[in-house]
Design a protein around this ligand. Structure first.
Ligand code: NAD
Length: 332
């Protein structure tokens, strides 16, 4: 008989439901309880506990997955850590470095893990790019361009929802594009933000922040780069891509989610065959990032069984929040 890890999911919206499904499908995991303030939301036969205090009464829970709006992550994670639970925090870890530090204090004090969710790291093109840069195959990196052009319109920013609010959402770099900032950080390390400029093109009635921005940055090894992002694209997502110009060649990851290799031309290099990427999460009117959450859950189980370490560590989730915070400091 397997000694299963006990899981709970807090927040049963779009992504919380997926966490429940993937936990239920893992033979080494047991979904013990779920909670959401919306009494109408349930998963399977589970009783919706409505509040976090009731959820934390279940002794069999080892890990709580925090799948609530961004601005709630820190306070809820700290409450779970103080109740002696490990936590999995959906991206972004929090909306400020100060909140990230408070999570770290609670994690250290209680000796409990914090797992960040950056599931795009598991996609074959991301892994290929990471290894390509690690192995210095491209030589010196001259220039990096990230383009993220998605659609989020009134089908997404509905009245009285957390989406679009400064306190719970925080802006597209936190909610839509933090996966791509994470990829940048994961592959290239520290990012120094030089300049950022923002515009709100077609969300003035629906969001408390801008929908678009242009950012310039430099990396420690000397290369420079830019991030050009927008959620103002008509009707559907257009692309998320990263182009890298190096001394020995040029590569581009493209598609809607940086999920395809669109270009690779490198001196004396043969492109290996990659495994197929998983499809994106589909939310009806819009699509999100890659559906790689089963790998996240497997990594948690292996870590808690002392066979691995967190795939995306707390310090890395914090670094991504810090980069976004540095960019948003240029807000007027
Ligand atoms: N990794 C990914 O690809 C990915 C994809 C989508 C969302 N997310 C992240 O997951 C989180 C949730 O996003 P979503 O799209 O599922 O949002 P959602 O609005 O669909 O779901 C959020 C849920 O949290 C519940 N909730 C709000 N306050 C609560 C509280 N105090 N206690 C308990 N439940 C509460 C809401 O009732 C709602 O059901 C966000 O942080 C988002 O950035 C990550």
């Amino acid at each position: 008989m397997l000694n299963k890890i006990g899981f709970a999911v807090l927040g049963l919206g779009h992504i919380g439901q997926k966490h429940c499904i993937h936990i239920s499908e893992n033979p080494e995991a047991a979904l013990i309880a779920t909670a959401d303030i919306n009494a109408n939301l349930i998963f399977g036969h589970y009783k919706n506990e409505i509040n976090i205090d009731n959820l934390l009464n279940y002794n069999q829970i080892d890990v709580v997955h925090i799948c609530t709006p961004n601005g709630l992550h820190a306070q809820q994670a700290i409450q779970c850590l103080n109740a002696q639970k490990h936590v999995v925090i959906e991206k972004p870890l929090a909306l400020s470095s100060k909140d990230c530090e408070a999570i770290q204090v609670a994690s250290d004090k209680n000796n409990k893990f914090v797992f960040c969710v950056m599931q795009n790291r598991f996609s074959p093109p991301s892994q290929w790019l990471k290894n390509l840069i690690l192995s210095k195959t491209l030589g010196n990196i001259f220039s990096i361009q990230i383009n993220c052009f998605w659609n989020r319109d009134d089908r997404y920013y509905t009245p009285n929802h957390w989406h679009g609010t400064m306190s719970l959402d925080g802006g597209p770099l936190f909610t839509q594009f933090s996966h791509f900032i994470d990829l940048l950080y994961w592959v290239f390390g520290e990012i120094n933000i030089n300049y950022a400029q923002f515009e709100n093109f077609n969300h003035k009635q629906s969001t408390q922040f801008e929908d678009s921005g242009i950012v310039t940055f430099s990396i420690n090894s000397g290369g420079v780069g830019s991030i050009n992002y927008s959620t103002s694209v008509f009707d559907k997502n257009f692309e998320s891509s990263i182009s890298i110009i190096g001394e020995n060649g040029t590569v581009k990851l493209g598609g809607q989610y940086m999920n395809e290799i669109s270009y690779c031309h490198i001196n004396n290099y043969e492109m290996p065959a990659l495994e197929k990427s998983n499809p994106p999460n589909n939310y009806g009117n819009y699509q999100g990032s890659a559906s790689n959450h089963p790998y996240v859950i497997q990594n948690i189980i292996e870590t808690l069984n002392n066979k691995s370490k967190p795939h995306t560590q707390l310090s890395e989730g914090m670094a991504v929040v810090k980069i976004i915070e540095e960019i948003y400091k240029f807000r007027k």
